[in-house]
Design a protein around this ligand. Structure first.
Ligand code: TTP
Ligand code: MG
Length: 408
């Protein structure tokens, strides 16, 4: 039998909460929410399964969460702990297969094609991974195994918590078919509503819907939807050096239309993004911003750069241009702002050597990184972020953002 493609999707259960429970075992078995105090603005980042029984979920406003589950324990959370746990998690996975593609902090794909020869079966390999994660991190990982990324991801979701679900070779479409449409990755609330209005409520129905109908409604995305719904997904597992994006975002304590405040926040978030980019030794070709307005509508806008960059100023200028256009079109106050970079590559010699202003900027940014590494993020502030001192309380490692900035 030729070796068929086997992809594993591993996702930690209630990740932020689980990390907090390791630090404070008295939180185990209780409804716990990470995201901040319920009297503050912002949303649930993570909810324990006990809290989910009350209807709590990620993205829910904290106030709503505390109304639905007054006895829940609300924790601010600390991002560096999650990053540390994430780092070790990815290391463990990397020891099992070099074909590792991390997604965000607590999930990853592993291409495990052919690995049965090492472990007996892929399922046994998955058990070993779960055990090792549990031994070292004291956190449960749920694992899905399938022939495609989409199948594996949905399988791990379906298996939660503390699950393990293997879809037999060739069985992805049949596995997906009976599931509710909202379970297909990429189908958010809006897409779900449109599909429901067309009478498409299961993944199987979506797979049967004509391409013309779907393309008419969703454009090129309609084609992807149909393929994934049919268990067809040729996306490969791509190790990190070749992929990904970096982003930061924050929710304001109070909605704001103040341009200066928005600009200053954008600048601050840009500096965090660009510092991480440089730390990874990479350059970005695409800049995007995200805005969520008072009524919760969320937009993203992006711009492609003519050449890769890791400079604060270049990224900020591009983000600012996008922001200006967005603000001129929509007068609502802003609730959340974010900036991200994508189309990342290794910094090669593509940098335009003739553009000495670019070079100077690069040097300046690196100098700032060095100082910040030694003395903390606050040691140097560029003019535009100074006003943030009044907006966000400066924490140990930069301003405390209401929402932990996740690259998702
Ligand atoms: P998820 O894996 O989506 O959620 P989870 O690990 O809390 O729960 P489970 O996987 O068992 O369903 O996200 C991982 C972490 O990312 C989560 O613990 C907190 C963070 N996160 C946010 O900050 N905001 C969000 O909207 C989401 C979905 C997650
Ligand atoms: Mg998770």
């Amino acid at each position: 039998m030729g070796s068929c493609i086997r992809i594993m999707h591993i996702d930690l259960d209630a990740f932020f909460v689980s990390v907090e429970q390791v630090d404070n075992p008295s939180l185990k078995g209780k409804p716990v929410v990470v995201g901040g105090r319920p009297d503050r603005r912002g949303v649930v980042a993570a909810a324990s399964y006990e809290a989910r029984a009350f209807g709590l979920h990620a993205g829910m406003p904290l106030a709503t969460a505390s109304r639905l589950c007054p006895q829940a324990i609300f924790i601010e959370g600390s991002f560096h702990k999650y990053r540390q746990a994430s780092h070790r998690f990815m290391e463990i996975l990397g020891e099992f297969s070099p074909y590792l593609e991390p997604l965000g902090l607590d999930e990853a794909y592993l291409d495990v094609t052919g690995f049965e020869s090492l472990y007996g079966t892929i399922e046994q390999m998955a058990h070993l991974i779960k055990n090792q994660v549990n031994d070292e991190l004291e956190i449960c990982a749920s694992i899905g195994i399938a022939g495609t990324k989409v199948g594996a991801k949905v399988a791990s979701d379906e298996s939660k918590p503390d699950g393990l679900l293997e879809i037999p070779p060739g069985g992805d479409a049949a596995f997906l078919a009976p599931l509710a449409i909202g379970k297909l990755p990429g189908v958010g609330k809006k897409t779900e509503r449109v599909l429901m209005s067309l009478g498409i409520n299961t993944v199987g129905r979506l797979a049967q819907t004509s391409l013309i109908t779907l393309k008419g409604r969703f454009g090129i995305f309609g084609e992807v939807l149909k393929r994934h719904a049919s268990g067809i997904d040729e996306r490969k597992v791509i190790p990190p050096a070749e992929a990904k994006s970096i982003s930061r975002e924050t929710t304001f304590a109070e909605d704001t239309g103040d341009r200066q405040k928005l600009t200053a926040t954008l600048r601050y978030l840009t500096e965090r993004v660009a510092a991480q980019l440089r730390q990874q030794g990479r350059e970005a070709r695409c800049v995007s911003i995200k805005l969520r307005y008072a009524d919760f509508t969320t937009i993203t806008r992006q711009q492609t750069l003519t050449q890769g960059t890791d400079a604060d100023k270049t990224i900020f200028d591009s983000g600012l241009a996008l922001l200006e256009v967005a603000l001129s079109r929509e007068k609502q106050p802003v609730r959340l702002i974010g900036i991200g970079v994508s189309r990342l590559n290794e910094p090669g010699r593509q940098m335009n050597m003739l553009d000495s202003s670019g070079l100077r900027l690069e040097k300046l940014d690196r100098a700032i990184d060095d100082i910040r590494k030694k003395y903390g993020f606050k040691a140097i502030q560029t003019g535009r972020t100074l006003m943030l001192r009044d907006i966000f309380p400066p924490g140990e490692n930069g301003y405390e953002l209401n929402t932990p900035g996740l690259s998702r």
